[in-house]
Each structure stands twice: as structure tokens, then as C-alpha cells.
Design a protein around this ligand. Structure first.
Ligand code: TXA
Ligand code: MG
Length: 329
């Protein structure tokens, strides 16, 4: 692909989804909604298409991709399920959970998508548009979040357009997403391990497993080495404006990302958006990336973020905010 092609934006009618599946078969890059965030899809068995996908996102090729499939039978062709993995798949698929499993020997997914690892990340999304495209295509689809690498993930087709227009072939507009943060990633290649908090709360996963999830060892979270742990490049999900966490006050040059009852000084902030006035973490997750983008556009000196409780979806929200707050050059 040459950067500078025309990106078509289509509605999500039945005929449009058939065309989207056909475009994937032709090696094209197609963005579509999932329940978590918009994904940028490519045929997982087509190394050329995957190479173009990495290029379009500006993503380092050592960071592997999630293979999306329509059902458990398709998942079992590419990943080996142990008992905990099967229990999680049965409890939570389709839905905002990704499992990292040992690859099967006959796995048809291109090496480039798994960055040379002997494990593979797999997910069955629940969004109707994603499911229809996957069923019509009939093969695994790799789909990272449809944003420029390191930028805030897209929760609307317009976000995708503003990051990737001219770099991808098609955007299927299925309206705003529901969950708003990426899938939770659990490694099942040994004791189940939480690789990325996300749209499925840790508590629900631990309830099904009957035990606590392990944390990945510190070296898996490093920036330099191959990040075995996903989404772990520390400056990730980043707006351009500096982000200040756990704000209990706000200055006149700052934009405020509030949660719950706003601060007293909120009127003097340069801009205010409230993730959830009633303190609902699910609502806050849905709003998070869109509000970060909107406040970023205000060109304030800082985005001050009020404290967010760390349970339920709060763990994923705080993870993304910490990454957004990492100092960049
Ligand atoms: O909700 C989601 O998961 C979205 C939607 C589109 O499905 N996708 C998404 O993909 O967030 P992406 O590429 O932005 O994040 C996937 C993460 C990456 O950080 C990558 O490091 C990790 O999954 N990953 C992929 N394969 C892996 C593997 N074999 N072992 C460990 N981590 C892996
Ligand atoms: Mg991403």
C-alpha cells in the first residue's frame, strides 16, 4: 500500500459487511467496530496485508496482534486451550476478553502477526458488525486498535478517520462503541496471568477461575525488550497534552477530566468533561478515550484527571491513564 490512498467510509448495512469481508480477502485494511474499540482488520493469513497494517499504524513489528475469530471451533484451530482457558472462553466469549495461548502446529496465522512468539492472542468479539464480518470472511482477522500506534484508541468511526484517513482502505461506521477500553488479556500458557486489564473486570475472571490471576513479571513490562506482555509500551494511549493524575485541584490553564461530583474550582478550568457524574465506572470507560481526545484538542497546558477507584473497569481506566501520563520527549 502506498500511504495516500482514498479511505472509503461505509455504513454497516448487510451488503456493506459482505463487501467489507470481500475487501479483507483482497488483502485490504478494513476498520470496523468491536464492542471494546474500533479495530483495524487484515487477513491474518496474509503476511503482505499484515506488513501494510503495521506500516499504516506506524506500529513496531515486534508488537504482536490479536487474531479475531467467529467461534470457538475457529479459535481451537489456532490456539491450544487448557482447562482454565476453556472455562474462560465458555464464560466470556463472545466478549471483551483476549486469551494468549500456545499456537497449534497447524496454525494458519502468519508469523508476522505473532511476532515470532510461540503463543497467539485470540478473541471472539461480541459486536454484531464484527461478528458478521468475521462469519462472512471465514478466516481469522488480525485487528489492533484502529489508531496511529501509541495514540488514544478510537471509539467512533470519526476517531479512526482522524488518525488513519489516507492510510487504510475502508472504515465501517457502526456508531460509537459500548465498552470503550480494549479487551482484558489473559495469558493461559501456564498459571493464568493478567497481561492487560481491560473491558472485562479482573474480579469476574477470578470468580470463574476460582483463584487470583498472576501479574506478569516486571521484565515483561519493559519498553526495550520484546514486550511479551501486551500493550505494555509505557507511553501508550497518549494524547499530545501532558496528563496530570489524581488531581485534587485544577488551575486556569488546565483542562479537567472529572469523575463523580466535580471539583469546587472546576469553573475556572480551561475545559471540563466528566467521565461519569454519578461515579459509574462502566460509563467512565465508555467515555474515556473520546473525552481524552476532546480535551487534547483544547490545547490546554495540562489535562488534570481526578482520582478513579481501582476496582471493576477502574483498573483498566487507571492503566490507560498511567500510560497517557508517562513523560514523552
Ligand atoms: O479490544 C481489543 O483488544 C482491541 C479490539 C480491536 O479487538 N484490539 C487491541 O489490539 O487492543 P492491540 O493490538 O491494540 O493490542 C493487542 C495487544 C498488544 O499490546 C500485544 O502486545 C498483545 O495484545 N499481544 C498480542 N499477541 C500476544 C502474545 N502472543 N503474547 C502476549 N501479548 C500479545
Ligand atoms: Mg492498541
Amino acid at each position: 500500500m502506498t500511504i495516500g490512498l482514498t479511505t472509503e467510509i461505509s455504513p454497516a448495512g448487510a451488503a456493506d459487511l459482505v463487501l467489507a469481508a470481500r475487501a479483507l480477502g483482497q488483502g485490504r485494511l478494513v476498520a470496523f467496530p468491536t464492542e471494546t474499540v474500533y479495530g483495524l482488520g487484515a487477513d491474518a493469513t496474509n503476511a503482505d496485508a499484515i506488513a501494510r497494517l503495521y506500516q499504516a499504524k506506524g506500529r513496531p513489528a515486534f508488537n504482536p496482534l490479536i487474531s479475531h475469530v467467529a467461534d470457538l471451533a475457529a479459535a481451537a484451530k489456532i490456539g491450544r486451550f487448557d482447562a482454565p482457558a476453556l472455562a474462560l472462553a465458555k464464560a466470556f466469549w463472545p466478549g471483551p476478553l483476549t486469551l494468549v495461548l500456545p499456537k497449534t502446529s497447524g496454525c494458519a496465522v502468519a508469523e508476522l502477526a505473532t511476532a515470532g512468539l510461540d503463543t497467539i492472542a485470540i478473541r471472539i468479539p461480541s459486536h454484531g458488525v464484527a461478528r458478521t464480518i468475521l462469519a462472512a470472511f471465514g478466516k481469522p482477522v488480525v485487528a489492533p486498535s484502529a489508531n496511529i500506534s501509541g495514540h488514544v484508541s478510537p471509539t467512533t468511526a470519526q476517531h479512526v478517520e482522524s488518525d488513519l484517513a489516507g492510510r487504510i482502505d475502508l472504515i465501517v461506521d457502526g456508531g460509537p462503541v459500548d465498552v470503550g477500553v480494549e479487551s482484558t488479556i489473559v495469558g493461559c500458557f501456564g498459571e493464568p496471568m493478567l497481561l492487560r486489564p481491560g473491558g472485562l473486570p479482573r474480579e469476574e475472571i477470578e470468580r470463574v477461575l476460582g483463584r487470583a490471576l498472576l501479574r506478569p513479571p516486571a521484565e515483561m513490562e519493559s519498553d526495550s525488550a520484546q514486550p511479551l506482555a501486551p500493550g505494555m509500551l509505557s507511553s501508550h494511549y497518549a494524547p499530545h497534552t501532558r496528563v496530570r493524575l489524581n488531581a485534587t485541584d485544577v488551575g486556569p490553564n488546565e483542562a479537567l477530566l472529572a469523575f463523580g461530583p466535580p471539583l469546587k474550582e472546576a469553573e475556572r478550568a480551561a475545559a471540563v468533561m466528566n467521565l461519569s457524574r454519578i461515579g459509574d465506572l462502566n460509563e467512565a470507560a465508555t467515555n474515556l478515550f473520546g473525552y481524552l481526545r476532546a480535551l487534547d484538542a483544547r490545547m490546554a497546558q495540562t489535562i488534570a484527571v481526578m482520582p478513579i477507584p481501582n476496582h471493576g473497569l477502574g483498573e483498566a481506566i487507571n492503566d490507560r491513564l498511567r500510560r497517557a501520563a508517562v513523560e514523552r520527549e
